[in-house]
Design a protein around this ligand. Structure first.
Ligand code: SAH
Length: 368
């Protein structure tokens, strides 16, 4: 069953303008100003559709806070910097970071939290989550696009499961022609169709699959690259560092990864429209190439989430929390949560962490 007002809006659009390419479809489903999936609800947790790392354990945010403190020192402790979180969900990660940073009063004074978010529902939850961690007189700022990022300071940017929500196009060759996947509306239902692919997208797909490889799906995400380009331009002017965590690969993988998840179960993309989350694997290899091609002294590396959290002292932190926990069940939960974040059979290998530094000569970054 679809979310009716959204399905109505999509139908009208398709009837007027023709099939919607899969990226435009995804973007409308997730971010339609009134009816989008993220705009209407809190999708996280056991009663929602999916659970993310900050919701699994406070350790995740605490270790990332350690990373931020380390990089701030290596940047020579700028007196003021923007701490930008992209797609902050319920605000749990930022709250855990701000709580942990209290051990270092200088960084608390220097950091100015900025949250990049589209959803009014999630913005409200973020306000609530951050209230206890806001020093009097210290503003927090919500922005919807990177243009609104403060222009007077370096930025340390983080994003967990943000990039996977930005849309992908899916291209393939058929009978010697490039086509792209689109969504049409026929006989009372949404269905897949293919339309000719525009030249600029073919150019982006060609390095990965040749026209002779018929029917092999290539996913490309101009939206992720545009986002990264805007961020890098800002960082070239003001300097900064970034940390993006998501599921994805170091090398581009041919094939389809766009998936829908409804109540913790995968479902077809055209089912439960507006009631299911849509996301796709991040091609970190292409993003790293983009970061490295930009001007500025920079470090850029990728690590598996399990290795990254381990290198930041995850085991030691877990042991501390376990010994402080009040009862055996709480101890067991802490151990299970860390296992879930780091084990190769869980989130440890599938999830990757991309770290980079722009405008500073820093070659040794914690966690990599
Ligand atoms: N980082 C959080 C939430 C991940 S879900 C966590 O780990 O729990 C994706 C988040 O990105 C949501 O907050 C969603 O509203 C936001 N989002 C999705 N697309 C966006 C866009 N184009 N611009 C800004 N925020 C976006």
């Amino acid at each position: 069953m679809h979310y009716e007002p959204l399905s109505q809006a999509l139908q009208e659009h398709i009837q007027k303008e023709g099939p919607l390419n899969i990226a435009a479809f995804t973007n409308t489903v997730l971010a339609h100003p009134q009816h989008g999936y993220y705009m209407r609800q809190d999708p996280f947790g056991t009663v929602g559709d999916f659970t993310t790392a900050p919701e699994v354990s406070q350790i995740f945010g605490e270790l990332i806070a350690g990373w931020i403190m380390d990089i701030w020192h290596k940047m020579d402790k700028p007196k003021a910097f923007t701490l930008l979180e992209c797609g902050p969900g319920r605000g749990t990660l930022m709250a855990d970071i701000l709580r942990t940073c209290r051990v270092m009063p200088d960084i608390v004074t220097a950091l100015h939290p900025v949250l990049l978010e589209l959803s009014p529902v999630l913005t409200r939850l973020q306000h609530q989550a951050l209230r206890p961690f806001t020093a009097p007189g210290k503003a927090r700022q919500w922005i919807e696009t990177l243009d609104a990022l403060p222009e007077d300071k370096p930025v340390i940017v983080i994003g967990n499961e943000f990039l996977d929500a930005l849309p992908v196009h899916q291209l393939r060759a058929a009978n010697g022609q490039w086509q792209e996947r689109a969504v049409s509306y026929q006989d009372g239902g949404f269905c897949d169709t293919y339309v000719p692919a525009p030249a600029e997208r073919v150019k982006q797909a060609e390095p990965f699959v040749t026209k002779e490889q018929e029917a092999v799906c290539v996913e490309i995400s101009p939206a992720r690259h545009d986002f990264m380009a805007d961020l890098l331009i800002h960082m070239n002017r003001h300097g900064g560092a970034g940390l993006f965590i998501d599921y994805g690969h170091e090398q581009h993988q041919p094939g389809e990864s766009l998936q829908a998840v409804h109540h913790h179960r995968p479902c077809p993309v055209l089912e439960h429209i507006g009631h299911a989350d849509l996301s796709s694997h991040v091609d970190f290899g292409s993003l790293m190439k983009q970061v490295r091609a930009h001007d500025g002294n920079r470090f850029c590396a990728l690590a598996a989430q399990g290795d990254f959290l381990g290198a930041l002292g995850g085991v030691q932190r877990t042991e501390k929390l376990v010994s402080a926990a009040g009862n055996p069940q709480a101890k067991k939960d802490m151990i299970m949560a860390y296992h879930r974040l780091t084990h190769n059979s869980q989130m440890g290998a599938l999830f990757k962490v991309m770290g980079f530094v722009q405008g500073y000569n820093i070659n040794d970054v914690a966690g990599f």
